[in-house]
Ligand binder design. Structure first.
Ligand SMILES: Nc1ncnc2c1ncn2[C@@H]1O[C@H](COP(=O)(O)OP(=O)(O)OP(=O)(O)O)[C@@H](O)[C@H]1O
Ligand SMILES: [Mg+2]
Length: 434
């Protein structure tokens, strides 16, 4: 017979191993560091200019970053900071190397969501974040999943739950309840609105003292920040149900959106949400804050099946929210949710697999242009690098055969390029910041 005590013992054993695995995965200091990029990568894969043109231009101006030459090598290797400085200062054929950003808009927000476990959400979120950062964008990632795959992949392992989405939601409850109470006090009509009281277990946590920036952590990429998650944040689902009961007028689903709306409009370009494999309080916050919904799905029949039920349940959940009876907070607009774009993206696709090809045609028939044209292919490189909690962009191409690396990279590059096109179109459609 086994009880919770046996489970606890097994967990303690497993935790001891976890430390060892992390040490193997990151540097000996257990810090994840970002590699440098070769002049070949910088020219052809990042700036998409001719390699000798770039070399010539860099040689002509010694004040530009000159990279680092390895002892026995001829290649120069550049840090992302150096790449971004070159990007800001250099024009090639009179063209800026800066990525496009519509003026007067806040950052665009994309949720990677599907309640099917293992659909490739975290892999897609990680790779799109890295591809966008190499493209010159400033990225904020939000990990909505207490499994914390994205947080771990980005090198954040010691996270306290008040600094997760749960903290943002609980702080929002305190702030919103205060706001409603003072509005009720200020109301001049004779019918005083009831004052809501929150228990000391919530008001006493010091959440109101947290500033917006306290939730945002730097990662091993200089232009990617992260609002991390951790296993303890799993209880958010229980806690949120209780919170709704404490203040039924609290629009719990808009907490993260209010938080993001509060950040300076030009702090980031792209915000990427990695969602948990569930429809719950956290994923509803992600969906409600998102401008664009990206739904990854594996190419199997069961995955098609569960993607279908995911969109059905999401539709129902969003319909329920639109019937939300509480007062609509300023700036939140109507709780009727409208996305700028919705796309499906096939992942772990094997072009030589007949079943995968048949499923792809089925997805195409059903979803038409909502299906991204470039699936993400199943690659050994990603399988391998995923095991080391790294993206293909972080993996040095000299660590595997160049062909394996290139194939994986070009699959993600193509999917990212397509995502970028849709994202830019959606971005243009966002309302101008006041
Ligand atoms: N294109 C790919 N090629 C090879 N392996 C992949 C690919 N995409 C994902 N994987 C592997 O599949 C597994 C599941 O992927 P991932 O963690 O991204 O899914 P998920 O949808 O985030 O899962 P969860 O629902 O648990 O959050 C991982 O081990 C990952 O390395
Ligand atoms: Mg995941």
């Amino acid at each position: 017979m086994f009880t919770h005590e046996d489970l606890s013992k097994l967990q303690a054993q497993s935790l001891r191993m976890q430390g060892f695995i992390r040490q193997q995965t990151y540097s000996p200091e257990r810090e994840k560091t970002l590699r440098r990029f070769s002049s070949w990568e910088v020219a052809e894969l990042i700036f998409k200019v001719n390699q000798s043109t770039l070399r010539g231009r860099l040689a002509a101006d010694p004040t530009l970053p000159q990279g680092y030459v390895e002892e026995d090598g001829r290649q120069r290797w550049y840090s992302l900071e150096e790449i971004n400085e070159i990007r800001r200062r250099l024009k090639v054929s009179r063209k800026s190397l800066m990525p496009p950003r519509p003026t007067g808009k806040r950052a665009i927000r994309a949720a990677i969501a599907n309640f099917k476990g293992g659909a490739g959400k975290s892999t897609v979120a990680l790779h799109f974040a890295h591809a966008a950062a190499l493209d010159g964008y400033r990225v904020l990632c939000v990990d909505f999943d207490p499994q914390a795959t994205l947080s771990h992949s980005m090198g954040l392992t010691d996270v306290a739950e008040e600094y997760t989405v749960w903290g943002i939601m609980a702080r929002d409850l305190v702030q919103e309840t205060e706001r409603m109470n003072s509005a009720a006090r200020g109301a001049e009509s004779g019918t005083a609105l009831p004052q809501r009281r929150l228990p000391a277990s919530i008001t006493g946590m010091g959440l109101s003292d947290l500033r917006d920036a306290d939730f945002i952590k730097p990662t091993n990429w200089p232009t990617i920040d992260l609002i991390p998650s951790c296993a303890n944040a799993a209880f958010v689902e229980f806690a949120s149900a209780q919170y709704r009961h404490l203040n039924p007028e609290w629009s719990f689903f808009a907490a993260v959106r209010r938080y993001l709306d509060h950040l300076p409009a030009d702090a980031y370009d792209l915000v990427i949400f990695d969602c948990p494999p569930a429809i719950g309080y956290q994923s509803m916050n992600a969906v409600f804050a998102a401008d664009v919904l990206y739904i990854p799905s594996g190419p199997g029949y069961w995955e098609y099946d569960s993607t279908t039920s995911f969109i059905g349940q999401l539709a129902e959940a969003l319909e329920d929210l639109s019937a939300f009876s509480g007062p609509v907070p300023a700036g939140t607009g109507s709780p009727e949710k409208a996305f700028q774009d919705i796309r499906f993206l096939l992942t772990r696709f094997e072009p030589g697999n007949d079943l995968h090809r048949a499923m792809r045609s089925a997805f195409e028939k059903v979803f038409g242009e909502r299906l991204a044209t470039h699936p993400i292919e199943m690659t050994r490189a990603v399988e391998q690098s995923g095991r080391f909690l790294a993206s293909i962009y972080e993996t040095d191409y000299r660590d595997m055969t160049r062909e394996t690396w290139r194939r994986a990279r070009s699959s993600f590059d193509q999917a990212y390029e397509e995502f970028r096109t849709h994202m830019l179109a959606a971005w243009e459609n966002l309302e101008d910041e006041a």
